[in-house]
Design a binder for this molecule. Structure first.
Ligand code: FES
Ligand code: FES
Length: 181
């Protein structure tokens, strides 16, 4: 049995100590926001915080983190109100979305230690891969969240830059299901 705390809750895992943290989280705790991408420590889709440090959970055996404090995307905030989550919406960052929870967790760790990261610092700290190429929007969202965190200002979701709010509102009906025939 391996015991550690996940999103504030003490958990005892009856799993092989060699089990990757990723599978303990997804299969035993049903925390499926943490994604499996490469399984080789390359892509970062599985990024969570272990004692505040971003770790690629596919590479962390649970036996190695006895007593640790793990935070997943589900535990980053209890109302999706973390400035990064709001900035992600405001900037319209995700495309397919698969890499995004890992990106946000990596970004959250960066902002916890660096209040005003430059684009170069962002690129250096976040080595996660996005096959959709959302990197420019990720940088913008991180800068936007950092600004809100520095000033304590509200950060409300808004259409991405260069999108007229009226156009965004007009697009909503087009997303409704087609009428039945
Ligand atoms: Fe862990 Fe890709 S799934 S780094
Ligand atoms: Fe598709 Fe990043 S949004 S992989």
């Amino acid at each position: 049995m391996t015991s550690f705390t996940v999103n504030g809750e003490p958990i005892h895992y009856r799993m092989d100590p060699e089990t990757p943290l990723l599978w303990a989280l997804r299969d035993a705790s049903n925390l499926t926001g943490t994604k499996y991408g490469c399984g080789a420590g390359q892509c970062g889709a599985c990024t969570v915080h272990v004692d505040g440090v971003p770790r690629r959970s596919c590479q962390v055996p649970i036996g190695a983190i006895e007593g640790a404090f793990v935070t997943t995307i589900e535990g980053l905030s209890n109302d999706r109100g973390h400035p990064l989550q709001q900035a992600w919406v405001a900037e319209g960052v995700p495309q397919c979305g698969y890499c995004q929870s890992g990106m946000i967790m990596a970004a959250a760790a960066l902002l916890a230690r660096t209040q005003s990261p430059s684009d170069a610092q962002i690129d250096e700290a976040i080595t996660n891969l996005c096959r959709c190429g959302t990197y420019p929007r990720i940088r913008r969202a991180i800068q936007r969240a950092a600004g809100a965190m520095r000033t304590g200002g509200a950060l409300t979701a808004a259409p991405p830059p260069h999108i007229d709010p009226e156009d965004a509102a007009a697009a909503v009906p087009a997303l409704s299901p087609p009428p039945r025939r």
